[in-house]
Design a binder for this molecule. Structure first.
Ligand code: F0G
Length: 438
């Protein structure tokens, strides 16, 4: 059924504009209000296609400026401000917490640490539930509402489940989350059950949990919001729209992001592609560098062998957010690298935690997966891949408080760089002054 034929139904269902949801491999098209976790014909990934040619005359730099100045619902959300490039849902279906609107930081110490001349760090940990997931979740949950879902579900290494739980609670939907037992940072796990999600600990990795929740979704008609959901990625694109807007539409040379299930890598490639099609940025796109943890790096291996032979891995890393061995967005992420002349790099757990200590000491802070960005920038600069004079936009994906265990553990080992363990003292002025050497 083509979108045009179905237009009347879509309007009745709360969809106010034509977009196409289609398979990236075979081109089969689906109605906007359909619930799918992949193409029913060939099993490949679905994506949302916007009528870019038609939007070109509307989405001008003046339009961007005008939208930025609007303060009312829904344009006070850093996602729905870009609604023409996100999803065509009517206002009544939007479930939003004014996500996005995150800061872009510059810090001389971190620039020096990474060896980069111009480093901008966009902190997606500043979203309502503490990670970039909220940008995708507002779209996913709004779509679930549009589709009349009762149950919404995900597999998660912790942040998707926190975000899903929070947004489902706002929408009055029941959330089901499947998480790898013992491998989710406590900040995320506690957030998930506090917001009221049914939290199912799966004896196995994130990849196994995802496989399981997909089966549950098919068997029980539950709405799935993992990043195989094409609407999720439309929300995550706005990280790039907003960052480039904050840079006054000067594109950086590099865009560095941690990679797990590769939703962000995919979304960022699509965001850049669309901005170029619209004429909002020039022809030369920033190069995407996806950073994986060395123990969870199947995309790196695939990239290194020329995208010929993909092998899933049994993942392990201190950055539990990206402890993923079989990323579902692989073909979209590959496409993003091809569009942007991108690359994949790995960093060790030691490099991640050292970078995290620097990130935290700068006063900005972030969870280990966020610090993988910084460690990746440092490694690519040291290797001469990022060149002197090039500008780098790094994405910090999660908040410092998401994973406090990793912080306490790191700072308890005095041999580690920057370790800063708390000290105990007797509660007398004399003892305190002695301790402080004052
Ligand atoms: N950084 C953080 C903090 C994350 O939580 C995730 C993914 C990533 C990076 C990787 O992003 O999957 O788009 O490549 N977390 C998911 C979750 C898997 O369940 O919370 P990706």
């Amino acid at each position: 059924m083509s979108i045009a034929q179905d237009d009347l139904n879509l309007k009745l269902a709360g969809v106010d504009r034509e977009v196409a949801v289609m398979c990236i491999a075979c081109g089969r098209q689906y109605p906007v209000e359909a619930v799918n976790d992949g193409c029913q014909s060939c099993g490949s990934l679905l994506e949302v296609r916007h009528p870019l040619e038609a939007l070109r005359s509307t989405l001008t730099p003046e339009w961007v400026k005008q939208r930025r100045s609007e303060r009312e619902f829904p344009y006070n959300s850093g996602v729905w401000r870009w609604r023409e490039l996100v999803a065509p849902f009517s206002n009544a279906n939007l479930v939003t917490r004014n996500e996005g609107n995150t800061n872009l930081y510059e810090d001389a110490r971190l620039a020096k640490y990474t060896g980069v001349d111009s480093l901008w760090l966009k902190h997606e940990g500043e979203n309502p539930t503490g990670s970039f997931k909220d940008r995708g979740m507002t779209v996913g949950i709004s779509h679930a509402k549009l589709c009349g879902a009762t149950y919404v579900a995900c597999a998660s290494s912790g942040n998707t489940s926190s975000s899903l739980a929070g947004y489902a609670a706002r929408a009055g939907l029941q959330a089901l989350t499947f998480v790898p037992a013992g491998k989710v940072a406590l900040g995320k796990l506690s957030q998930t059950f506090a917001y009221g999600a049914k939290t199912i600990q799966v004896d196995g990795s994130f990849d196994l949990a995802l496989d399981l929740v997909r089966q549950v979704a098919h068997a029980a008609g539950v709405y799935l919001v993992n990043s195989i959901n094409p609407f999720r990625l439309e929300g995550q694109k706005t990280i790039i729209f907003e960052a480039i807007d904050q840079l006054n539409w000067q594109t950086p040379d590099w865009l560095v992001v941690p990679g797990g299930n590769l939703g962000n890598t995919s979304a960022f490639g699509k965001a850049l592609y669309e901005l170029r099609e619209l004429g909002l940025i020039g022809q030369k796109l920033p190069r995407i560098a996806t950073i994986q943890a060395e123990g969870s790096a199947p995309f790196y291996a695939y990239y290194k062998n020329g995208f010929k032979d993909f092998q899933a891995v049994a993942p392990e890393t201190v950055a539990t957010a990206i402890r993923i061995g079989n990323p579902v967005n692989l073909p979209k992420a590959q496409r993003a690298l091809e569009w942007t002349d991108g690359l994949v790099e790995t960093v060790t757990d030691g490099e991640i935690m050292e970078a995290k200590a620097h990130l935290d000491r700068s006063g900005i802070g972030g969870e280990p997966a966020a610090a993988a960005t910084l460690a990746g920038v440092r490694k690519l600069t040291a290797a001469g891949v990022i060149k002197p004079g090039e500008g780098v936009l790094g994405i910090l994906t999660g908040h410092i408080l998401k994973d406090t265990d990793s912080i306490v553990q790191y700072h308890s080992d005095p041999t580690l760089p920057g370790a800063n363990a708390p000290v105990k003292v007797k509660a007398t002025l004399e003892d305190v002054l002695k301790l402080l050497g004052l």
